[in-house]
Design a binder for this molecule. Sequence first.
Ligand code: NOJ
Length: 558
Amino acid sequence: MLNNDKLWYRDAVFYELHVKGYYDSTNDGTGDFRGLSMKLDYLKDLGIDAIWLLPFYKSPLRDDGYDISDYYSIQPEYGTLDDFKNFIERAHSLGIRVIADLVLNHVSDQHEWFQESKSSRNSKKRNWFIWTDDPTRFSEARIIFVDSERSNWAYEPVTQQYYFHRFYSHQADLNYDNPEVREEIKNVVRFWLNIGLDGFRADAVPFLFKREGTNCENLPETHNFFKELRKMIDEEFPGTILLAEANEWPTETKKYFGNGDEFHMAFNFPLMPRIFVSLAKRDSFPIIDIIEQTKDIPENCDWCIFLRNHDELTLEMVTDEERDIMYKEYVKIPKMKLNIGIRRRLAPLLDNDRSTIELVNALIFSLPGTPIIYYGDEIGMGDNIYLGDRNGVRTPMQWSYDRNAGFSYADAEQLYSPVITNPNFSYESVNVEGESRISSSLLNWMKKIISVRKDYRELLGRGEVQFLNQRNKRVLVYIRKYHDQRMLCIFNLSRRHTYVELDLSEYKGLKPVEAFTKSYFPRIGDLPYFFTLHPRSFFWLNLTVPSFDDSMDFDGDE
Ligand code: NOJ
């Protein structure tokens, strides 16, 4: 059963997946909703509270479903509407919520709205899209897919005009100045929330409205539309949420929370690359700086913090210097670059270094916000940069060392994508079944961190953050505080052994208890508190009021 806390998303652990890549119950080579339902127990056991489903609507799949041709039906390979309903019901019965992508900026050029619109200049749907004779309009709007598009306008020969598209040219932007479009998108939202979805991850939110003389991003009209949508869902579907994909500079991204009356959540795009920059520079400043800039958001809102997702690791909103650092540290061969970003999964990006993988996870599980895991990253899945576009990070989930990684019993040639066979990451060793059997596996470690996070649900979900001043910049130190609870978090960002000396006098008398193993540390006294740290290691220390004699410290330890 679902918990009925209105702010459920603040304490949750999210998981992003594509139905196509999760489990194939029909053996046709593509995952489906029945297959996904069969794997819900796995997600429950992992400790997941909410799933974000990548687009599953009818689509020619030229942008993996972000090119919708019918908002009201499901891509046939993924199953039927009934399969979808059963999946939602089963997820809810396990206490797992489900949100889905809402691709509202554009539709596929195969969508009947666009087909009708392009058929004649007098079409009833002409004004559902943005047409012009002059492709120099909106010239300040940047091009997003720089590797494949040269302009945001595409010529359409039948009516001899250009239409606007922010992404691929086969994804025509809807005209949000048209009230019919706005109304129809609200109906789409109603349709799926009525079926039982718990909210949406809204795609490409900054781009809805366009105005000459601006960069056509984050316009007041766009914010107003989302406020309207929020009002509607609050009234008609209380408890459901909107999560913003707004990859912008911190001040602009923050604005999507409005005054607590726009989005419930937004991805912390500013933080994500700075985590990797901090590692590359062995310097805590990039993280501290960005958290300072993104804190103080309305009480009923939260950041969604991620390390990787289904796209390239985007570097659009970082400084040139930061981008150079990222390319230098993480792009081993040019093929790893895509657009303005890096197409790699978490484990290969971090050289498969277990300590670093744990460290970055410990960061997103303890910094303010709600963590989200990208499917497969919990087992350390690899990627295949040779599959083109972003397909290399979208390969089948690796369940076992059986044929096709236990994802499907189709012929290997029939799979929507090959499985990962590179020996360093092969499904034969990187898979759920194998990792379940080894207690020290990454999967078991991920389970542990999720359960520890749940031990301190409110403290880590809702507490404030305060960075501690100390001299060793290679080490990041902060305290999370919630009422009378406190968690001291310490991270060695460098690849060297090191130490920190902390002034914890404010907490004198308290006793640090390590959160994973519950080991006791000496009571905080008058002297500076001293920690030695292994390369890329971390501590989460719950600062407790000691309730017994300190001489008992080692009792019960292994
Ligand atoms: C952002 C999505 O994450 C990406 O996968 C997609 O290609 C674009 N929006 C266009 O919808």
